[in-house]
Every structure is written in structure tokens, then in C-alpha cells.
Write a new protein. Structure first.
Length: 654
């Protein structure tokens, strides 16, 4: 739970005839990452691969044609060649209809657009050619609000003649000489001009009827194809989705088969498995195959490719169910190296504390909790929903500490919070943590101290990881290694004595800090000396001195910024309190919480705070984890364990 899972490299030999059921067992077992061999695919697979690709395209066409939605269940496993033949037959049967339907849908789309365009002109009893042949008249066609047409008539008096074609749609006539004044007035109003795109010899009403007839004829043709689809599905509708699922499963089997080593009689399946799952797999294989199989497992360090660095051991985290969703926060940043500390538990605790401290409100936290519960019921956002529901709980906990409920603060809630705090904590106050401006310095110092602890812990993880990976020399003089840890611990000691205990720290602490900076400055030659690498300086001494000085300067800046960065926890806690106070002030301005206006402002204010500040605080929480904590020990990237899984006879490569 505190370290990444221990892995074994497995070689499983089975009879060729048992290959399919072995893959089925491994898929349902779900704890084996099958290795895909790098050897070139044999010639005999080329033709079958081409057939599978061609069948895939046919299946897409068939599914689109019949509007088939695949579900999680499927029919019996059918022979691959039989499936290829079946889908070829179905595709041949529907091909003429499929092509015709594609054409008809395009024609229908075009006709519907034409109909929308001409519909507004259907009451115009004159052709486009006749309109354009007027010698002394000019016309405008378009939409305009009824009140604006009245304004136009008052402004221009007898200079226009308007004819209403549809509600809000007019043709406006004026003289050739008067067109500019009419155009100028129309620009001031809601007028939107429309072009009359129609046959010059036909009146729009006739064009509208003609397009409508063509559209009806097209829809009748589409209905005939729909009748064919219904008849086809009546006869063979159950087989198609089942066969599609069977084909997908067979495709997976074939994909595994052609990428593993095998002879005419046996198959060799290689891959990674969690150490504690080896015996369970052997028992399952023994029940299914008796003694007609062989399993050999190796420690990762026994594999030559692992030794020379060409093969990475996959990483799996073994956490309790509560912590499992928070693994995504780690994997989104990167995958830890194999056989190192799993930071999930610490990330979970600090993530929840960070969010709760920055966003403390009982009522708003409860809304966040409910939103998380809702999301956790969906398959796609299950883990995210769980995380959101838990941060909602921590927002409620810190809301109790701060004495905040839907923007109302402790004084307004005194009658409720006093008895609760007295019963739970023995405190005769409506709050446990004072967020008043007078207490701001104490809050900021507390959050900086929190930052020191987290940064020290990150360095400690880095030191332990390097010891586990036998890279002790690399971490001796590193800013995030033993030297950096001692330096930061010394700074913490000085800060505690000077700020908290109000005493002057002994001078030897300053000598320790200076000594650590000197070790960081000379770490390149010292590391090379201990490793017996020559030369001690990869470049000239001057170049080394310049780079080392820059590094020491950067270490000093990072030490200051990394720890001061945690001030944001207190800053956002105060910001939340200020936003809440502002909301309540606005509520009072519109009549108080008992009025309709007050309730409306309260709802809107809380909604804005939950949506906007909730998102910002979430981002800042992740930032503290990734940039301050993870940067201390994430020096290498591992590879995530991706097991081969089959669920409900349906393959999913997870």
C-alpha cells in the first residue's frame, strides 16, 4: 500500500488448441499484462489482417445503416471466418440501399434548405424577373419588426409602399430616386435584407409547391428503404449485434495470437503479473487445463532487458478502496518508478486538507458533496464524482471550524454553532479557527509551516526512492536529496526558534545551512569522485563554477518560493470569507434574507461562489500537489500496468 506493487515476469506455455480458452481465462482474470512480441508478423497473417480491416469497415456501414447500438452483452463466440463471410453477405445485401439512402438524405437536406429559403416568399405573386424589370421602382425584401415598419411609414410618409408576405416579412417599394433615403432609414431599424434566389420565370409560390413535391417524393423513397431495413431486421435483427460483438472479441484473440510466439502445437504467452496473483492464476489454469500447461515466473531483476534498461517494469498501486480514485491524481502527473514509494495516501490527505482549508462552508460543501454523489453514479465520471463528494465533506468540516453556512458566518449562526462546538470540542465559541483580519498573520505562518512539512516529506520520499533504487550517491548532494533535506530542516529549526519561541537560534544552524549550500555548489566533482568517474569536471572549471553558482542561486530562490507558495491556502480562505461577507451585504441591501430579493441574491451569490471559487480552489490545490510536492521526488517516469481484460464476453483493453 505504501510502495508500488511487486511484479513478476511470467512465461505461460499452453497447447495450441487451448489458446482461445486460455486467453478467455486471462481476460476474465484481469491481472496479466500480455507482452506483444516485436518480431515481424508472419506472411500467413497478412491476408487475414486485410480481411479483418475490410470487415471492420463493413461493420461500420452496417451499424450506421441499421442504427445499431452495441450493448455489453453478446451472442456466442462464432468462428472468425464465418463472421467475415456473414458480414460480407450482409454488406452485399444492403449496399445498393446504403448508397441510395446516402444520396437521398443529401437530396432531402438540400430540398429542406431550399424550402426554408423560399417559404417566406411563397405569397409573392410576381416573378423575380418582373420585379427586376421595373423601370421607376426599387424594392427591398426582408424581415423587420412590425413596430419598425410603422416607424418607417411615419418617417417616410408616402415615399414607400409595403406589402406583407409573412409575419414580420415584407417587400418594400419606393422610387428609384428615393431608394437611398429608404436604405438609410432601414439601416437604423431592425431590417434584415433577404435575397430572392429562385427561377426568374416562376413566381415563388409555384417554386415552393414544386420543391415541396420533390421533398415528399424523396421522403417516400427513404420510407421504402426504411421498410426494407425493418423487414431485414425482422428476419436477422438479433444476429447482427451479437455477431458484431463476437467479431470484436475474435479480433482481440487474433491480435494477441499473431503477436505471441507459437509453434504448430504450443503457444508461449509472456507478460507481467502482480506477484500475489501468481498462485491464484496457477490454480485457475490447473482447474481448466489440468497439467497441460507450464508457468514460470521471474523477478524483474532477472530479466536481461530490465537490467540493460530496454524494458520497464509496469507499475501498479495497491491502495484501499477509499484511496483508489485518488490514484488518478498521481497518474495524471506521471507514473512513479517501479519499486518506489506510492504517494497516493499522502496526496489524498493533503489534497483534502488543502481544499477544505481554502474552501470552508458547511452549506456550500454539502452542495459539492451532492454533486459528487450524482457524478459517482455515472460510469464515465465515477472516480471524479467520488473525489468531489469527499472534498465536499472536507469543505463542510472546515466550514464548521470557520463557522460558515451558505455565506452566513459565525455571528449570524451563534445560536446553532455554539451548542455544537461546546458539545463536540468543549469550546464556547461559534468557530474554532478565527479568520478575522487580526488573526491573518497567524494563519499565514501556519500555512507556511504546513508547506515546510510537505516539502520535507517530498524530499524524504525522494531519498527513500533513491535508496530503494540503489542510487544513493546521486541523491547525496542533490537539492531535493539528503543535503537539501538537512538544509530545509535547519531553516525550519531556525524559523521555529525565531518566530514561535522568540529566541535567537544558535549560530551553528546557520553554518549547517551554509555548509549544505557549499555541498550543492561542489556536487558535480564530489559525485564524480565518489563514483570514480574522470574527469571530475565535464567542462572547464570556470564553466563549472558559473553553472554551480547559478544552481545555488536557484536553490535559494526555490526554497523561498516553494514554501511561501503555501500562503495561498490562507489567502484563499480569507478570500472565501470576504466573498461570503460581500454576498450577505448585498442580501441586506435588497431587504434581507427573509425577502424574495434577498433569497434570490443569496442563491445567485452562493451559486457563483460554488462554481467559480470551487473551480479556482480545485486548480490551486492541484497546483500545490504537482508543483510543490511532486517536484521533490518525481525525477523519473515509470510505466503504468495495463492488464488484459475481458468483461461479459466483451473485450476491453484497459
Amino acid at each position: 500500500m505504501f510502495f508500488t506493487g511487486e511484479m513478476r515476469y511470467m512465461q505461460l506455455i499452453v497447447l495450441e488448441r487451448d489458446f482461445e480458452k486460455t486467453i478467455d481465462l486471462l481476460g476474465n482474470f484481469g491481472w496479466v499484462e500480455i507482452k506483444r512480441s516485436d518480431f515481424e508478423k508472419k506472411e500467413k497473417f497478412t491476408k487475414l489482417n486485410e480481411l479483418i480491416d475490410a470487415t471492420d469497415k463493413k461493420i461500420i456501414e452496417i451499424a450506421n445503416f441499421f442504427d445499431i447500438q452495441q450493448d455489453n452483452e453478446n451472442g456466442n463466440l462464432v468462428d472468425l471466418q464465418e463472421l467475415i463471410t456473414y458480414f460480407s453477405s450482409v454488406e452485399s445485401s444492403i449496399k445498393p440501399y446504403f448508397e441510395k439512402l446516402t444520396q437521398l438524405k443529401k437530396i432531402k437536406y438540400d430540398l429542406e434548405n431550399q424550402l426554408k429559403e423560399i417559404e417566406q416568399f411563397k405569397n409573392l405573386k410576381i416573378t423575380k424577373k418582373e420585379l427586376e424589370n421595373f423601370t421607376f421602382l426599387h424594392f427591398f425584401i426582408g424581415s423587420i419588426l412590425p413596430e419598425d415598419i410603422e416607424k418607417l411609414k411615419i418617417t417616410l410618409k408616402d415615399k414607400i409602399v409595403e406589402i406583407k408576405l409573412e409575419d414580420g416579412f415584407y417587400i418594400i417599394f419606393t422610387s428609384k430616386k428615393g431608394r437611398w433615403s429608404v436604405e438609410s432609414e432601414l439601416k437604423k431599424l431592425s431590417f434584415k435584407e433577404k435575397k430572392l434566389n429562385t427561377n426568374e420565370e416562376l413566381i415563388p409560390a409555384d417554386v415552393f409547391i414544386k420543391i415541396k413535391e420533390e421533398l415528399n417524393k424523396t421522403e417516400e423513397e427513404i420510407k421504402k428503404i426504411d421498410d426494407f431495413k425493418a423487414e431485414f431486421l425482422k428476419k436477422d435483427g438479433k444476429n447482427i449485434p451479437n455477431y458484431i460483438e463476437s467479431f470484436n472479441l475474435q479480433k482481440v484473440y487474433f491480435g494477441v495470437y499473431q503477436n505471441i510466439k507459437h509453434s504448430e502445437s504450443i503457444s508461449l504467452i509472456e507478460g507481467w503479473i502482480l506477484k500475489k496473483k501468481v498462485d491464484t492464476l496457477k490454480d485457475s489454469l490447473n482447474k481448466m487445463l489440468s497439467d497441460k500447461f507450464s508457468v514460470v515466473t521471474y523477478k524483474p531483476e532477472e530479466i536481461p532487458e530490465v537490467q540493460n534498461g530496454t524494458l520497464k517494469v509496469p507499475v501498479i498501486m495497491e491502495n484501499l478502496k477509499f484511496f483508489k480514485p485518488f490514484e488518478n491524481l498521481v497518474f495524471n502527473y506521471g507514473t512513479p518508478s517501479y519499486k518506489t514509494i506510492d504517494p497516493t495516501i499522502f496526496v489524498t490527505i493533503t489534497f483534502l486538507l488543502f481544499f477544505g482549508m481554502m474552501y470552508g462552508d458547511i452549506g456550500q460543501g454539502f452542495i459539492i458533496f451532492l454533486a459528487g454523489i450524482f457524478l459517482s453514479k455515472t460510469k464515465k465520471f465515477k472516480d471524479m464524482g467520488f473525489i468531489i463528494s469527499v472534498i465536499g465533506v472536507f469543505a463542510m468540516i472546515f466550514g464548521l471550524f470557520y463557522g460558515a453556512f451558505f455565506c452566513f458566518e459565525h455571528e449570524e449562526l451563534k445560536s446553532i454553532l455554539l451548542p455544537i462546538n461546546k458539545f463536540l470540542f468543549g469550546v464556547d465559541k461559534p468557530y474554532l479557527i478565527d479568520l478575522s483580519p487580526e488573526n491573518s498573520m497567524n494563519i499565514f505562518l501556519l500555512t507556511i509551516g504546513f508547506g515546510f512539512v510537505i516539502n520535507l516529506f517530498g524530499m524524504l520520499i525522494n531519498i527513500v526512492n533513491n535508496i530503494l533504487q540503489k542510487k544513493i550517491i546521486n541523491v547525496l548532494f542533490s537539492p531535493t536529496g539528503i543535503t537539501g533535506f538537512i538544509m530545509l530542516a535547519s531553516i525550519v529549526s531556525v524559523a521555529v526558534q525565531y518566530v514561535v519561541l522568540k529566541v535567537n537560534p544558535p549560530s551553528f544552524w546557520l553554518f549547517i545551512i551554509l555548509g549544505c549550500l557549499i555541498l550543492i555548489f561542489v556536487r558535480e566533482p564530489l559525485t564524480n569522485l565518489l563514483k570514480k568517474h574522470k574527469p571530475l569536471f565535464h567542462e572547464t572549471i570556470t564553466y563549472w563554477a558559473f553553472l554551480s553558482f547559478v544552481e545555488v542561486f536557484e536553490v535559494i530562490l526555490n526554497t523561498i518560493s516553494n514554501n511561501l507558495s503555501f500562503i495561498r491556502i490562507g489567502a484563499f480562505a480569507f478570500a472565501h470569507s470576504i466573498l461570503s461577507s460581500t454576498t450577505i451585504m448585498l442580501v441586506d441591501m435588497v431587504g434581507g434574507a427573509g425577502t424574495f430579493g434577498g433569497i434570490l441574491v443569496l442563491i445567485i451569490g452562493n451559486a457563483i461562489i460554488i462554481g467559480l471559487e470551487g473551480m479556482i480552489v480545485g486548480i490551486q490545490t492541484i497546483r500545490l500537489e504537482y508543483y510543490e510536492f511532486f517536484s521533490k521526488f518525481f525525477s523519473e517516469q515509470g510505466r503504468k500496468f495495463i492488464p488484459f481484460k475481458i468483461e461479459k464476453n466483451r473485450m476491453e483493453a484497459l
